[in-house]
Write a protein that binds this ligand. Structure first.
Ligand code: CP
Length: 314
């Protein structure tokens, strides 16, 4: 397979396992390019990409922009704060006005689940979802999978994730990262346990073929990799647990807890981290943690996605 089966990257749910393998293999080639003294290739010369962000971002926005520039694309950045969105312009009008300036691809982050899907039905450009509300964050799941494969593969490069045990711990209910990771890891054959307070566990989530645990120590004893998620207070308009202190006591990952288990597990976090809440600094900054490798790999993975989707331009 040398082409993606999709024209847009809206959700991991839409991808075939072959699409995911193709993206990860292409990302591995771009990672090699990024380790050269000259990190730039001409692959997307004459392609114009708009990064339109209606919600805050540090990692994803910078990572996409760097990926686009490494591929020699022309890049324009739009942020809703300070734009005519504040004067009442609709999402479709905003994007159509940007496209009128001859833009080929749109990378979009939006607070509303479904916004990138809506756009993909109304405009011609390729759309890449950079996170839509609580729905999906597909490139985060792809870079998480790549980072696991790289770390577990060691010298033999990328390990097959078939049968690898992955725990996703934290605020599952509000997390688009959890949703995309579950779809991606299941398509790659990994086993998944979700762990967090019952109030932050979506109803019927077992139907996605995952295990559920409310015991963080047992979960850590089971897994090869623990992907720790942030408590998304900005999406919580009611209290889901009594206090951050209590959350940290029962579900936080700290050094004493890791030392008490008889396994050397890999620690991941998509960021931004709430240090001292879901993870302590001595774990986040430990040798077991690959948090900054995840960020590094994000550029290669996004280069792969952009490059492969450009091959689907009309
Ligand atoms: N992981 C992630 O999406 O981070 P940002 O919100 O900073 O982009």
């Amino acid at each position: 397979m040398s082409n993606l089966s999709v024209k847009h990257l809206i959700a991991i749910k839409d991808l075939q396992p072959e699409d995911i393998h193709l993206i990860l293999k292409t990302a591995d080639n771009f990672k090699e390019v990024l380790n050269r003294p000259i990190k730039k290739v001409p692959s997307l010369r004459d392609i114009t990409i708009a990064n339109i962000f209606f919600e805050n971002s540090t990692r994803t926005r910078i990572s996409f922009e760097l990926a686009e520039k490494r591929l020699s694309a022309d890049v324009v950045n739009f942020s809703s704060s300070g734009s005519s969105v504040k004067k009442g312009e609709t999402l479709l009008d905003t994007v159509n006005n940007i496209l009128a300036m001859k833009v080929d691809m749109v990378v979009m982050r939006h607070q509303s689940p479904g916004a990138p899907s809506f756009l993909s039905r109304h405009i011609d450009a390729n759309i890449i979802n950079a996170g839509d509300g609580t729905h999906e964050h597909p490139t985060q799941a792809l870079l998480d999978a790549y980072s696991m494969m790289e770390k577990l593969g060691g010298a033999s490069r990328l390990k097959d994730l078939q049968g690898v045990k992955v725990a996703i711990i934290g605020d599952i209910l509000h997390s688009r990262v959890a949703g995309s990771n579950i779809h991606c890891l299941k398509k790659l054959g990994a086993e998944i346990t979700l762990c967090g307070p019952p109030t932050l566990m979506p109803k019927y989530i077992e139907s996605m073929g995952v295990r559920i645990s409310y015991n963080v120590k047992e979960t850590l004893e089971w897994c090869d990799v623990a992907n720790v998620l942030r408590i998304q207070l900005e999406r919580q308009d009611i209290k889901f647990f009594p206090s951050l202190r209590e959350y940290s006591l029962y579900y936080g990952i700290n050094k004493a807890l890791l030392d008490s288990i008889d396994r050397d597990i890999v620690i991941m976090h998509p960021g931004p981290i709430n240090r001292g809440v879901e993870i302590t600094s001595d774990v986040a900054d430990s040798k077991q943690s690959i948090i900054l490798q995840q960020v590094e790999n994000g550029v290669a993975v996004r280069m792969a996605v952009l490059y492969l989707l450009a091959g689907r331009l009309d």
